[in-house]
Design a protein around this ligand. Structure first.
Ligand code: MG
Ligand code: ZN
Length: 180
């Protein structure tokens, strides 16, 4: 059987801290557990259309372990996802809803979410990019051999040997100029 020929390219986006704001509770940052706390970052709004213009799919890959922990209802998550489709025009969203103790290879830093997207959309990882804000995104991208761009945040200053952007729109020129 010939090797699969992958035809599409994608920009993968982590969700929390990249497309939507984290929730600050007593000085610590959390993923939103209710739709009312789900607020899209202004800068994210134009980025997906630019990504589309460059010929990439825009796909969200996100850990949502609060589902397994009983802290986030599926119906709330669905509302958040709907907003991403409506306001950002993403192409799809793939979630790992497991926690560390019940994961099946999709919880980042595992690369499973990328493979799910690849199977559905026939994606060439060599031409694709991952945009994230934590070590789990960096390691997941590494595990799938996808080029990583880290969104610079106070909480990720410890991560080394990774390409950083200060704001989301900067990924456009970086991808256009070819960082590989
Ligand atoms: Mg994140
Ligand atoms: Zn999982």
């Amino acid at each position: 059987m010939p090797a699969t020929e992958y035809k599409q390219k994608a920009v993968f986006f982590d969700r929390d801290g990249v497309l939507n704001h984290l929730v600050n509770r007593k000085g610590a940052l959390y993923s939103p557990q209710k739709f009312e706390y789900f607020h899209i970052i202004d800068e994210a709004k134009g980025v997906v259309s630019l990504v589309h213009e460059m010929g990439f799919l825009a796909i969200v890959v996100s850990n949502q372990p609060d589902i397994s922990r009983g802290k986030l209802k599926q119906s709330e998550l669905d509302k958040m996802t709907n907003m991403l489709f409506e306001k950002l025009s993403i192409d799809d969203a793939f979630y790992c809803t497991h926690d560390d103790n019940n994961d099946t290879g999709c919880r980042k830093p595992a690369p499973g979410l990328f493979y799910m997207a690849q199977e559905k959309y026939n994606i060439d990882f060599n031409k694709s990019f991952m945009i994230g804000d934590t070590w789990k995104d960096v390691e997941a991208a590494k595990n799938a051999d996808i080029s990583m761009i880290l969104l610079n945040k106070d909480y990720n200053q410890d991560l080394e040997n990774v390409i950083r952007v200060k704001s989301l729109p900067e990924i456009v020129s970086l991808i256009n100029n070819g960082i590989k």
